[in-house]
Design a protein around this ligand. Structure first.
Ligand code: GRG
Length: 312
């Protein structure tokens, strides 16, 4: 994808892209190990619910949201290890949202990430409970953040941040608007609003949770908020574009599902080429937001460019 502002490149060199990929892989491994500890295979009164939770949790997700928690904390100078349980908490929330989104009463999806969805394997009741259990356990994990360098008042703010990002003023609100909007003619502002709530507010909360737990100064937190808002929008637009032009084997799901369900997406409302431009603009805005952070914003900047060029 090309630049949107003179002198400001949105394209990483091949070496820089590889370096981001390597770093993401390291983070992903650390998160997978922690998740495997936190949601252990033998640690639940209901074997079925636990199996269903683990089926969806260990299905090859990109772990973007936990990585953003770690990145937000890094900006504030906090080590990844100290916020690892919070990072895992947001992945539990993400997994709950996908399980519920796939249910027959919502998107009715038979596959996700190339595997049968939770309700297809375990039935609807267990899938609902697995989502509920992940949701509850996420808040338990966040509240139990045990690192001594993270004071309790920061944990309380992070809990409020997560609840806000995924509740009626965030992900759930956006999901409801999206469900009721399918097939309806919408104004451009409505499309932005649906996606800001459904995807953006949770992604923004993840970056802010890292910053809050790390004790970021007000100005830094403001930069992280603006970055999270724009990168969340760019992420959703690229997701919509990939549903039109992506490769099914890489995505682990069929493409064209949004169009088949008359979903409100950026390409369906604005067209493919304008959607690409919107994703570039949102990424440029995300990078601009990092300017006050100087070198401390470098990893988040590279990450936003990597996400713009992703193919899965
Ligand atoms: C059910 C309350 C409730 C909310 C559902 C997450 C969601 C809201 C709907 C899923 C459909 C969708 C495409 C949402 C946009 C967010 C998004 C791009 C989700 C996929 O996130 P990735 O790409 O997934 O990070 P992986 O598989 O990598 O974990």
């Amino acid at each position: 994808m090309s630049d949107t502002q003179p002198g400001r490149s949105l394209t990483l060199s091949r070496e820089a892209l590889d370096a981001v990929g390597t770093r993401l892989e390291e983070h992903r491994r650390a998160i997978e190990r922690a998740l495997d500890r936190f949601v252990a295979a033998d640690d639940e009164p209901s074997r079925q619910v636990l199996e269903a939770m683990r089926h969806s949790l260990f299905a090859g997700g990109k772990r973007l949201r936990p990585i953003l928690v770690l990145a937000g904390a890094e900006v504030a100078g906090m080590a990844a290890e100290a916020v690892l349980s919070a990072a895992c908490a947001v992945e539990l929330i993400h997994t709950y949202s996908l399980i519920h989104d796939d249910l027959p009463s919502m998107d009715n999806s038979p596959t996700r990430r190339g595997r049968p969805t939770c309700h297809v394997l375990y039935g609807e009741a267990i899938a609902l409970l697995a989502g509920d259990a992940l949701h509850a356990y996420a808040f338990e994990l966040l509240a139990r953040n045990a690192a001594p360098e993270v004071p309790a008042d920061r944990v309380v703010r992070a809990i409020a941040e997560l609840a806000r990002g995924i509740g009626p003023h965030g992900m759930v609100g956006g999901q409801a608007l999206d469900l009721f909007a399918s097939g309806e003619p919408l104004a451009a502002a409505d499309v932005h609003e649906i996606h800001r709530l459904k995807t953006g507010s949770f992604i923004q909360a993840c970056v802010r949770i890292g910053g809050l737990l790390g004790g970021a100064a007000a100005g830094d937190l403001d930069a992280l908020s603006r970055y999270g808002k724009h990168v969340g929008l760019a992420f959703q637009i690229v997701d919509d574009i990939l549903d039109v032009v992506g490769e099914e084997t890489k995505l682990g799901k069929g493409t064209g599902s949004d169009a088949a369900q008359a979903k409100i997406t950026f390409p369906s409302v604005f067209g493919l080429a304008p959607s690409r431009r919107l994703a570039q603009e949102a990424t440029a805005q995300a990078i601009l937001a990092l300017e006050p952070l100087g070198d401390r914003g470098r990893w988040l900047r590279d990450l936003s460019m990597y996400l713009l060029s992703r193919d899965r």
